[in-house]
Design a protein around this ligand. Sequence first.
Ligand code: FAD
Ligand code: NA7
Length: 552
Amino acid sequence: MNEVNAVGDGEVTCLDAAIIGTGFSGLYALKKLRDDVGLNALAFDKAGGIGGTWHWNRYPGALSDSESHVYCYSWDTDLLRDWDHHSKYITQPEILRYLEHVAERHGLYGNIRLNTGVTSALFDDDTKRWILETDTGQRYSAKYLITAVGLLSATNIPKFEGIESFRGKIYHTSRWPDDAGIEGKRVGVVGTGSTGVQLITAIAPVVGHLTVFQRSPQYSVPVGNGPLSRSELAEIKNDYPRIWEAVRKSALAFGFPESDVPVSSVSAEERERIFDRAWEKGGGFRFMFETFCDIATDEGANKAANKAAQDYIRRKIDEIVKDPETARKLKPKDLYAKRPLCDSGYYRTFNRDNVELVHIGENPITAMTPKGVKTADGVEHELDILVFATGFDAVDGNYKRMDLRGRKGVRIQDHWKDGPSAYLSLGTSGFPNMFMVLGPNGPFTNLPPSIETEVEWIAQAIDHMERNGYATIEPASDAEAAWTRTCAEIASQTLFPKADSWIFGANIPGKKNTIYFYMGGLGAFRETLANVVQDNYRGFKLEKESESELVD
Ligand code: FAD
Ligand code: NA7
């Protein structure tokens, strides 16, 4: 008997495809499967609105650090022509407006169920269908399960002793309330990642006093945001076919040419000029990857390329920050090998009289108290509001928060006990007909182009199954293991695993520090996907009603 039988009786709505999530991934999956493959599909989201990341992350300063013209869909060419981006980078309200417009324009809302969390998804071995239960008490059955649950979506709120005693308000940046009421207040921010850097810079001028609790100093460069003129916009629109082609062939999909120049090949003066130009132009990924080709990979000569970039940013911090002790605390000493940050005046913010930096890396938080935060030096930092900009249980976080079970009732938590794995990030063995968008070991890129790549591949695979009478598809475990090894090998050629960050699961105590991304680039990833299809879905097991066939 299958675990599914434990769900109990009651009305079950039959679908072809159930999609979890309505961010960039879920919306496009719905559009493709409903309109191109012709499936009866529904998308669910626990949020009260569509947009995923951009529904949830409403904190002041929230901005995409992918440039606006490539932080959008490429598949709606009419919309590319009609939608005007007003600035080089796109803010949270604008991204949300864009996604709502897409949903409206393609009539997606009728197939979306909001305020509906999927609490369980169980594969029934007998019927070969997924049975879903929602927190609204509904049950659905679907042949295909598409998990578009987001890779930076499950919040991370660290445990601090005494937190429940704090008498002020506590927010996480990705659950920012409309009535946050920070104006004039004593606000503390824990966390100085991409989110913290944006938030701190944005709120410093409006709060009464801001205490920044920094565990690790960050390398950050200017974002270089600014308006897009009509002529710049027209140029982008005319150039879109070339831009998207280049994006799809590139490694990072950020829409700029990635450098092939090693740091060591230029003189010290030329190096400085290149960094200066990048600093002026702005953009974290541009600074790391458009300047030189070996900042994130160089292992030779004391990681000289990486060190050159570190030294440059440290010099900038010294130039910008007036108080030498604050500058010292702000300067990272480790590798420049986390997701590269950019900002709208982060370091400068620490010159303000109402901003105080507490380096909890040196002077740890010992407890939260009714009045605020106590540090090891005995100081109690009194606060009205405490904000956690502490990031996410990335990649597999939302999977672990569901009761998700594959063949023979195996729980995803058990299947992934040694860390999450997937074949091509699209599926995992033992979970038939479950397609993940941005699952583990997918491309580390500007994400909309990778999302499109994955959704299009999934739609093609499902179409293939429907046309050829297949009941199930799932990765063969050896193919999945080989993909994991490939991802590990590629990652080991970069410096990213050597820095503690969410990219390798190092931000959550107890989380498996392992491989979560494919760092071979979008171009190579797309080629691999195309070859897998051409080789008749190499590495996947496709099963008809009565037979089992490994296609390899
Ligand atoms: P999400 O947008 O995260 O959507 C997932 C949805 O699934 C959510 O709405 C969630 O509520 C829903 N969900 C999850 N579990 C369940 C469940 N059990 N039941 C029902 N619903 C569920 N990427 C870039 O490429 N460039 C950037 O500049 C960039 N900036 C970012 C800034 C921030 C602050 C954050 C948090 C992320 C950023 N990202 C950026 C990453 C961003 O998440 C992706 O670009 C993209 O938005 C992901 O879309 P998605 O649809 O895959 O996931
Ligand atoms: P990040 O990049 O994971 O940053 C989280 C920050 O919170 C970072 O500074 C952490 O310090 C800090 N943190 C986490 N846990 C703690 C505890 N327990 N105590 C003190 N400080 C802590 O999340 P973001 O939201 O900024 O960005 C995530 C991605 O979303 C980003 O890359 C973009 O793609 C969008 P640490 O550095 O680990 O010492």
